[in-house]
Ligand binder design. Structure first.
Ligand SMILES: [Zn+2]
Length: 200
């Protein structure tokens, strides 16, 4: 999730911070090392930002983790644009059935740089990383907010800390089998699946 005002600061480095279990969930969205993504029609207008953000992560990780697909059935991640999100969120990532929902009212008033930053942040969740603006330690939390992608710094520059955290999280979290993933994806009662199916 991301939805905080940008705080500008380029001061001290965040690279010496120790990674902890409070920074990750249990699962990531990769399958065979990749995350195939599908852009639903209601998110097509954000295709330039999605393309920019996925390429940024691929370059940072040194690996083509994100690959586009035109077949939703082959995807582990679907982008949707919606006005059904809570007003505090510019975007939300759901890791069970693989959805990134972009809040159209926020995206519409954001400039390109911020739209790109929202997508970069939400993609960070697909590796299993948590929101660092919710980190338990208050001092670190304050620094994360200013300096890290997952802290909600609204940057389009993926720094070495962001990259290391993503790689570390991918190792700490597990991938879902096709059976487990399809179980979630086919559960039409799930909030995000309802959103995708136009029932929210
Ligand atoms: Zn977030």
């Amino acid at each position: 999730m991301i939805g905080f005002a940008a705080i500008g600061s380029q001061s001290s480095s965040a690279q010496t911070i120790k990674f902890t279990s409070a920074m990750h969930t249990s699962k990531n969205l990769t399958y065979n090392g990749t995350i195939k993504y599908y852009v639903k029609s209601d998110a097509k207008k954000y295709s330039p930002e999605i393309s920019y953000a996925t390429k940024k992560w691929n370059r940072a990780l040194g690996k083509k983790v994100f690959k586009p697909t035109t077949n939703i059935g082959h995807s582990r991640l679907v982008f949707t644009g919606t006005n059904k999100l809570g007003r505090n969120y510019a975007g939300v990532a759901e890791i069970n059935s693989g959805v990134i929902a972009l809040n159209t009212s926020w995206m519409n008033r954001y400039n390109q740089q911020k739209r790109r930053a929202v997508v970069i942040h939400e993609l960070g969740h697909t590796f299993g990383t948590k929101d660092l603006y919710a980190y338990p330690n208050a001092d670190l939390r304050g620094m994360f907010k200013k300096q890290t992608i997952m802290g909600g710094n609204y940057s389009t520059h993926i720094k070495s800390f962001d990259t290391k955290l993503a790689k570390w999280t991918l190792k700490k979290t597990r991938t879902m089998s096709q059976t487990e993933f399809r179980h979630y994806r086919s559960n039409t009662g799930l909030y995000y699946q309802q959103m995708l199916n136009g029932r929210l």
